[in-house]
Design a protein around this ligand. Sequence first.
Ligand SMILES: Nc1nc2c(ncn2[C@@H]2O[C@H](COP(=O)(O)OP(=O)(O)OP(=O)(O)O)[C@@H](O)[C@H]2O)c(=O)[nH]1
Ligand SMILES: [Mg+2]
Length: 474
Amino acid sequence: MRKQIIGMENSTTTDTIVAISTPPGASGLAVLRLSGSDAARYCDALFRPFPITPLKPSEMAGYTTAVGSWADLDQIVLSCFLAPHSFTGEDVYEISCHGGTAVKQAILDSLLKEGARLAEAGEFSKRAFINGKMDLSQAEAVMDLISAEAGRQVQAAYNQLKGQLSGKIRTRADKLYLLMARVEMILEFPELEETPPALAQLAADISEEGIRIRQLASGYGRGKIVREGLKVAIAGRPNAGKSTLLNSLVGENKAIVTSVPGTTRDLIEERIIVDGYLVHVTDTAGLTQSSTDIVEQEGIRRARQAHAEADLLFWMISPPYPEGADFEAEISEIRELSADGKDIVIVLGKDDKGSSDNMEAEIKQRFLDIEIVRFSIHREESTEQIRKQIREHLQNLEHRYDQKTLITHERHRNLLENAAAELNQAAQGIGKGLTLDLVAASLRQAAEYLAEMTGDSIDVSLVDTLFSRFCVGK
Ligand SMILES: Nc1nc2c(ncn2[C@@H]2O[C@H](COP(=O)(O)OP(=O)(O)OP(=O)(O)O)[C@@H](O)[C@H]2O)c(=O)[nH]1
Ligand SMILES: [Mg+2]
């Protein structure tokens, strides 16, 4: 069923679009995708089937393929998906050709010459959404699936694509419609229903629904980490061994390591995978109070920003240990971050250079409850111990947010929070004598927020913005 989108009533989306759906550059094979009512006609003009599949493209049945030649350019496999049983809901032909840059461009040009239009970014998915093939949260999942680098991202995106989230949202929306019906009933037959106990029960039920929706929103706690990755930063004084730690986690010499304090100035961010989670590890400039070098000062400013944004901070303290006021300054900086709720692990670095026992005892005395690990680049198991800290952090997160349904997009979280706030307000309002018309309006508004998640009710400008973030050919 075609979707009604506010503001899109008169627009036409029936022209036939084409794009190269595989990445740029040379490859063994490539796929071009063609969607729209003229797709068969364009293929008829350009495709010559081999005798084993003698049908013209317009005579092919849906879900069948044919081999043949394409406009004297290449030998291809043509796959046919007829409306409405295709990705976009329109007639779709996919052309698998050889993946040379010139070949795919020539095939694309031949189709453009026939009259096809080059697809905009995300236009295939947008048509799939408009034609009711999937809802908005599923279309967002397609994009996530394409950009996924880690196993957990794939899992979350696929669950969303299968409609796990949409199902949950529709269940909640149905409950809101029932509540709306109850309010309408009371409005119509006040003598029967508008008694204090009936109203109190209504308020309790609305409040309960708000709590459930807020619970769903809290799935963003882990969902954000799954989709965007965990941010880990490495902090400490110059020369503490931060870049060495980064390199050991990445398994490559990504950051320059020298014995000169102040080597790292820029932020160096690398991606690793831990337990199927994407983890961004950022090496930062060493912190020092005494720098007069403006480049180093800028490095330190950026370092502090990265520390503030990190989900987990490895703070390295290595020999020669700071003493007196320097040590106190470092401790108070750690304490401040920790008081702000930052998860910090102290790494006692260069553990091969003498005993870290005293420093460990000192730190334990200052912080009752802080993780401490020892690290030496000359010990093989050291890197694994650091990875273990990351793993434990991720496991804690799983315990803290054990929702089955992950909320992976901020847009979804905000809509759920807005819906919950609206319900909470309505529930509290009933006790304070809020008129039932206004309660009904709040319920309707909350349902609207939920509908925006799945795109059941959505503005055309939002549709355009969301789909333009997709890649061309999707
Ligand atoms: N013995 C020993 N030396 C280390 C270890 N880790 C790093 N080093 C040495 O310490 C020096 C500084 O290491 P880096 O990794 O560059 O230190 P950094 O904290 O990134 O330094 P800045 O970028 O200047 O802040 C280099 O000479 C390293 O080889 C270690 O575990 N043991
Ligand atoms: Mg460094």
